[in-house]
Design a protein around this ligand. Structure first.
Ligand code: ADP
Ligand code: MG
Length: 343
């Protein structure tokens, strides 16, 4: 199979959502449409030409984020390719969500040691599934031979003035998180201990495993949240570490009430409450959102979360400086010291 057949077969997807992806639109027609202020950002050209082309009306901003996954560093190549694809694209979608952006498109640069059609079919299936789930079309990329390496660049749009940023927290704000924390970190430990024997997972372990391999970032909630908040980020390196970025960029501190962190039954039943809290504070790969908001929008935040089918929990407060983690009023003993770096 030659390079271009490969691209056609595995990386050219049909979409039926609101984007022009055929790539044949007349350029004049495209630019006349985009000159109206009511025009929406869209893809004008996808896979097939030297570049993909977007229309971005001038009341929007384009946001972009890129991630590279290297075999053995970010994933084990023994992992089903479908799951590698899911995680790779979901991690990028999570970054778009973290800015409050709507997905526009993504590109994929992939380097493969060989053409393994079985591997490619599975990878393509996983990629297509997430692509359609989040309505983010694949519009181009690069395919080369070499050690397995996957790079995805995602593009999104926000209306001007509607970003979620890391530098906008203010003393007195509530701190919130979406979903449940710590599940992915627990699954990673499990994976390290019992590599390759995923066949007899308990129901609880299955939940943890799904959190690790098939995260679903709260995209819709994040976009709507931009009406209530302007400060947030996604939790990918662990709550304490990521919150640390907000604190240093906003030049403020935080109090976190560890007893209020959202822990799933699956996590607590698998590892016990103490270890669950450690994972929730320090574990990575959650792909949930941490955001701050004024205390007078609490009910609005809760209502929005309910509308979007997302779990949200208030876990602390922004204060003047420092990072204080307490468990029922006592200092919380973290088993990992990295978060102290942000103290
Ligand atoms: P060029 O040589 O002009 O850089 P290529 O020959 O590498 O273009 O690619 C041909 C077309 O296929 C381009 O539109 C490119 O974006 C697309 N493409 C290449 N690899 C991939 C991929 N892995 N996924 C999606 N599109 C791809
Ligand atoms: Mg070219």
């Amino acid at each position: 199979m030659a390079e271009f057949d490969l691209i056609k077969q595995y990386f050219t997807f049909e979409y039926d959502f609101d984007q022009n992806l055929k790539g044949n639109i007349d350029a004049e027609q495209a630019s006349s449409k985009s000159s109206k202020n009511t025009a929406k950002p869209r893809v004008v050209k996808g896979v097939g030409d030297d570049c993909a082309v977007f229309d971005i009306p001038n009341n929007y901003q384009l946001v972009t984020s890129t991630d590279t996954l290297v075999d053995g560093v970010h994933f084990f190549s023994k992992l089903p390719p479908e799951l590698i694809a899911h995680k790779a694209l979901a991690a990028n979608v999570s970054d778009l969500a973290a800015m409050g952006a709507k997905p526009l498109a993504f590109t994929l640069s992939i380097s493969l040691p060989e053409i393994n059609e079985h591997w490619l079919a599975s990878f393509s299936k996983g990629l297509q599934k997430v692509s359609k789930l989040f309505k983010i079309p694949l519009v181009g990329g690069d395919t080369t031979q070499g050690p397995l390496n996957i790079n995805i660049t995602a593009y999104g749009v926000v209306k001007k003035g509607r970003l979620l940023e890391r530098n906008q927290a203010v003393s007195g704000d509530d701190i919130w998180v979406t979903g449940y924390l710590g599940e992915a970190a627990a699954a990673l430990e499990l994976e390290k201990k019992a590599l390759g024997s995923r066949n007899n997972l308990t129901d609880a372990e299955q939940v943890l495993w799904s959190a690790l391999t098939q995260p679903i970032p709260p995209l819709k909630f994040a976009r709507k949240l931009t009406k209530l908040s302007c400060c947030g980020l996604d939790i990918s390196d662990g709550l304490a570490a990521d919150l640390g970025h907000v604190l240093s960029q906003s030049q403020c501190g935080a109090k976190i009430f560890v007893e209020s962190l959202p822990l799933s039954d699956a996590l607590v039943n698998s590892v016990g409450i103490d270890q669950a809290r450690q994972y929730a504070v320090n574990g990575g790969d959650d792909y949930e959102l941490c955001f701050t908001a004024l205390s007078n929008v609490r009910n609005k935040v809760l209502n929005l979360a309910e509308q979007c089918g997302v779990n949200v929990t208030r876990i602390g407060k922004i204060i003047g400086s420092g990072l204080e983690l307490t468990l029922y009023g006592q200092p919380f003993q973290s088993s990992r010291s990295s978060w102290q770096h942000f103290n």
